[in-house]
Design a protein around this ligand. Structure first.
Ligand SMILES: NC(=O)c1ccc[n+]([C@@H]2O[C@H](COP(=O)([O-])OP(=O)(O)OC[C@H]3O[C@@H](n4cnc5c(N)ncnc54)[C@H](OP(=O)(O)O)[C@@H]3O)[C@@H](O)[C@H]2O)c1
Length: 297
């Protein structure tokens, strides 16, 4: 039985789908407040549901009983309930999960982390680094993933391909290894399915590093329309970072500043040990633009 924490999230749901497709038994951690459609989707995959919140150590200890491995994708950055914060969930909650796993004798711990940029430190990356230190004595794999296409190249974060408008953080010239969350899911499950990447940090990006302006060009080519581009200068992002009042605001400002600095990853070495056919930005653009092209016919 594999426990998935964050199972109702974008990545966690995909991890559950893939584990079930591989015939693995999955226990999915859900909350009383989780979106019912997302919970039903897990139910229809035949996942066992365990109700629990990372802020509640007894519930987490119960969820860890009888499992052989766990994958934690949970984070409070986008999906929050009252009382959720970087400190209570991403730091204390994940540390409690590591302790619960250790007490239950679970050694295999796959943790979804984020990239490190030594020049920009903020509460979310500090929490991620603390959890990585806390699981170092377990049979851990930490997945340090780059920017998800489905999040950062989406209308929710100002990349509005529906209306041909793109918001870019920084000059737009620094390459980023945009990655599909579906591909990240493959790196989350491979350590369990193929017994690889034990006690390892995996740096996970897409097939090519592209600057945000190159990404805009791809979307223009695929949609056949010019995009209106709004750039937020790095100085403004730095100002926003320095004046942020709470840890969530500081973390969002930090992530944007880190984006402005770029994040290129050479995936060749990792793909030799874990072969995954990585989704390109062009493929992603074709997929998300398809319904609008059809509607225009
Ligand atoms: N977005 C990116 O570009 C990016 C890049 C690199 C790494 N990452 C990392 O990837 C991971 C997955 O991201 P995602 O997009 O799948 O996130 P997401 O869709 O926002 O999902 C977050 C999940 O965490 C759960 N959660 C939040 N607070 C919780 C709590 N107190 N107790 C139990 N569960 C809780 C949520 O449950 P509810 O549904 O009940 O709220 C949800 O299942 C995160 O760790 C993130 O830091 C993201």
């Amino acid at each position: 039985m594999i426990l998935v924490v964050g199972a109702t999230g974008l990545l966690g749901t995909r991890v559950c789908e893939r584990l079930r497709a591989e015939g693995r038994s999955v226990r999915a951690l859900v909350r009383r407040t989780s979106n019912p459609d997302k919970v039903n989707a897990l139910r229809s995959l035949d996942c066992e549901l365990a109700t629990g919140d990372l802020k509640d150590p007894p519930q987490i200890r119960a969820a860890c009983q009888g499992i052989s491995a766990l994958i934690s994708t949970a984070s409070s950055t986008l999906s929050r309930q009252p009382g959720d914060s970087i400190e209570s969930v991403d730091l204390q909650g994940q540390l409690a999960l590591a302790n619960a796993a250790r007490s239950a004798g679970v050694r295999r711990f796959i943790y979804v982390s984020f990239r490190d940029d030594r020049t920009v430190q903020y509460p979310l990356t500090q929490a991620k680094r603390s959890v990585e230190r806390a699981i170092a004595d377990l049979d851990f794999t930490s997945i340090q993933a780059s920017y998800f296409m489905q999040v950062w190249l989406s209308p929710a974060l100002g990349f509005d391909y529906v209306h041909g408008r793109a918001r870019i953080y920084g000059s737009g010239s620094k390459p980023i290894s945009w990655v599909s969350h579906r591909d990240v899911a493959e790196f989350c499950i491979a350590p369990i399915l193929r017994s690889v990447a034990s006690r390892s940090v995996l740096e996970v990006g897409g097939p090519e590093a592209l600057s945000p302006l190159e990404v805009v060009r791809i979307f223009e080519e695929e949609s056949g329309r010019r995009f209106e581009v709004e750039t937020i200068p790095e100085a403004k992002l730095r100002e926003q970072f320095n004046s942020a009042n709470d840890s969530l605001e500081k973390s969002f400002a930090g992530i944007m500043l880190q984006y402005a600095h770029g994040d290129a990853i050479d995936m060749r070495g990792l793909l030799e040990s874990i072969p995954v056919r990585l989704t390109s930005v062009r493929e992603y653009a074709r997929t998300v633009l398809e319904p609008y092209k059809r509607a225009a016919l």
